[in-house]
Design a protein around this ligand. Structure first.
Ligand code: NI
Length: 136
């Protein structure tokens, strides 16, 4: 059955197992070794799937920029309108008097989402950012 749990045993060096148990402990009481192994396997599979340029993915791009920087906000706005079909939502936070943080949520083929992220990250004035991809 698809959701039946199958048991298997894993051998690993004691040192690695100790570090793994510390990771399990950090994830809290709701997680045990099996749950964390399943999470790690799913993470690895998602990462591999997102490497396929045609995979349907969801992406969140987090960027930080100074809104006084030339016509940066206008440029970012134009890019987001150019790709309205892929950009689902944008969260804008005014961090302080100068700095803005945006989280741009996208969906589409992996290479399209990566391309949009590269255009945004490559816009002069964007200080830093990171794209995180996942599949459903
Ligand atoms: Ni702002």
């Amino acid at each position: 059955m698809k959701n039946d749990l199958m048991r298997f045993s894993v051998a690993m060096p004691e040192e690695l197992l100790m570090r793994f148990d510390q990771l399990v402990a950090r994830r809290g009481l709701a997680k045990n070794r099996s749950e964390v192994v399943r999470d790690l396997v799913r993470d690895a599979l998602i990462e591999e799937e997102c490497g396929d340029p045609f995979a349907e993915v969801m992406g969140t791009l987090t960027i930080v920029y100074d809104h006084h920087s030339n016509d940066l906000q206008e440029k970012l706005h134009l890019i987001q309108h150019d790709f309205f079909a892929n950009i689902i939502s944008t969260l804008h936070v005014h961090v302080d008097a100068h700095i803005c943080l945006e989280v741009i949520v996208m969906r589409g083929e992996a290479d399209r989402v990566q391309d949009i992220a590269n255009r945004i990250l490559g816009t002069k004035g964007v200080q830093n950012g990171k794209l995180v991809l996942t599949t459903m």
